[in-house]
Design a protein around this ligand. Structure first.
Ligand SMILES: NC(=O)c1ccc[n+]([C@@H]2O[C@H](COP(=O)([O-])OP(=O)(O)OC[C@H]3O[C@@H](n4cnc5c(N)ncnc54)[C@H](O)[C@@H]3O)[C@@H](O)[C@H]2O)c1
Length: 281
């Protein structure tokens, strides 16, 4: 496959498909919006950052809708827009998310916790609910992709509230996959790690002060077992979402696709065990 971003037919992996990407105005979502469009999808950007979202949607010939995923009616409107625009919905990527509620469990601010759960978990549930209704009605199957996190696999990577919300997403997709498989609808999630977006950089800055994006990337890459010298990028995650959206992933459901350079599954702390002493200089 070509990798120079040209619209070759080989890259039209979502030709004619209709996709909603929540949180699509920036970061990982924006990278997915561009990649899905490049692959022939009709994309709706659903976000609360109107200016960014409108500009991006216009640049790819898509649609923008102001959609606060924590509000069920907003999510329902986004799905209705897809149906009004193209008559069906094939893919929803529930990517919108937020962080915060930092600090000790003994001082946890319940209003902040509720906000995180409302966006990261209930936002995903709203997306699954309304996309599934449209997909079942459309009788074309579909792909529902949700966003969990490396923080749901290991403790200690994010605030308690964020960790909890992302853990629940991982359970939710398995449960929904069981029901929706009967309709040919696949439900999966993606767990990124350490991608230097506004969210992650903002998180680092809350603790470390003014730190450059490149530094955040380096810090995130530090404990990955892929010692390629780079951390994860928005494009790495978008590529995983594209895969799950296409029929190439047609037999994959209830799965958590981890995009972390091995961070959560392959510790480097004991790799000396594997070193061939004869080869060590
Ligand atoms: N960056 C990472 O390292 C990382 C790691 C694991 C998981 N994630 C997850 O990936 C997803 C994308 O995050 P990102 O890193 O691109 O961050 P980001 O802050 O750059 O993007 C998040 C997007 O979600 C939107 N959003 C926030 N609240 C919303 C709401 N209520 N309704 C609609 N849109 C809303 C924001 O406006 C923004 O466009 C999130 O779910 C995040 O938790 C990110």
């Amino acid at each position: 496959m070509e990798s120079d971003g040209t619209k070759s037919s080989a890259q039209q992996r979502l030709k004619g498909k209709v996709a909603i990407i929540t949180g699509g105005a920036r970061g990982i979502g924006a990278a997915a919006v561009k990649l899905f469009a490049l692959n022939g999808a009709h994309v709706i950007v659903a976000d609360v950052l109107d200016e960014l979202g409108i500009n991006l949607a216009n640049s790819i010939g898509g649609r923008y809708i102001h959609c606060d995923v924590s509000k069920e009616a907003d999510m329902e409107s986004a799905v209705k827009l897809a149906l009004a625009w193209k008559g069906h919905l094939d893919v929803i990527y529930n990517n919108a998310g937020t962080s915060g509620a930092d600090g000790s469990i003994t001082n946890i601010n319940m209003d902040e916790v509720k906000n995180i759960v409302a966006v990261n978990l209930y936002g995903v549930v709203h997306g699954i609910k309304h996309a599934a209704r449209a997909m079942i009605e459309g009788q074309r199957g579909g792909s529902i992709i949700c966003t969990s996190s490396s923080a749901a696999i290991m403790g200690g990577l994010a605030s308690h509230a964020y960790t909890m919300s992302k853990g629940a997403v991982m359970s939710m997709i398995k449960s929904a996959a069981c029901e929706l498989g009967a309709h040919g609808i696949r439900v999966n999630c993606i767990s990124p790690h350490g991608v230097p977006t506004d969210m992650l950089i903002g998180g680092y800055r809350r603790f470390l002060g003014d730190i450059a994006a490149e530094e955040v990337s380096k810090l995130s890459a530090k404990s990955c077992s892929l010692l390629s010298g780079r951390g994860g990028t928005t494009e790495d995650v978008a590529a995983a979402a594209l895969f799950l959206a296409t029929e190439e992933a047609g037999f994959i459901t209830g799965h958590n696709l981890v995009i972390d350079g091995g961070y959560t599954q392959a510790s480097t702390s004991m790799t000396h065990m594997y070193l061939d002493q004869k080869l060590v200089k």
